[in-house]
Design a binder for this molecule. Sequence first.
Ligand SMILES: Nc1nc2c(ncn2[C@@H]2O[C@H](COP(=O)(O)OP(=O)(O)OP(=O)(O)O)[C@@H](O)[C@H]2O)c(=O)[nH]1
Length: 186
Amino acid sequence: MSMEDYDFLFKIVLIGNAGVGKTCLVRRFTQGLFPPGQGATIGVDFMIKTVEINGEKVKLQIWDTAGQERFRSITQSYYRSANALILTYDITCEESFRCLPEWLREIEQYASNKLTVLGNKIDLADKREVSQQRAAEFSEAQDMYYLETSAKESDNARQNTLENNVSSPLPGEGKSISYLTCCNFN
Ligand SMILES: Nc1nc2c(ncn2[C@@H]2O[C@H](COP(=O)(O)OP(=O)(O)OP(=O)(O)O)[C@@H](O)[C@H]2O)c(=O)[nH]1
């Protein structure tokens, strides 16, 4: 085991319109909870979670960016070094899905990164505005992974290889480290 206590470090960045649930998804994954009264993200936050995959310790640095346009110049600087970018939309909000091509243009220069399209809020099935088929077709055409989830109900939050390997947060993990947030609106 290395001194850093991990074998791999992956940086994952969530992007997408304001209100689609990026902060809630990160909190669900790293802390196992659905935060009440989540305020808008100001700038960028990150949280850490270490998982074990095939006996290797993988440290995930998950960056939660602000969806609001006025923070775009700040959030842009975080795309470059990302190992994976997650384009998030809200299945109950057509507008958030229609903005995905715009988000793709935003990250165009970093296209070598793995891209995943994530439809959130599937617990609100009766309010769905974007069909699974439409989202799947869009993602496939762009050669991106696609999945749907709910930060609230925790569906698909632990998936595939991570399923049996998700450890509970280690001491000091699952704590939000705020950047550029001198005023905390939460
Ligand atoms: N029903 C439901 N509501 C959700 C879910 N995820 C997030 N929300 C709600 O959606 C709202 C926005 O969630 P946030 O996590 O703050 O959204 P965000 O994408 O981080 O927004 P910005 O920080 O402004 O970019 C909050 O009121 C959440 O409670 C979900 O899976 N289901």
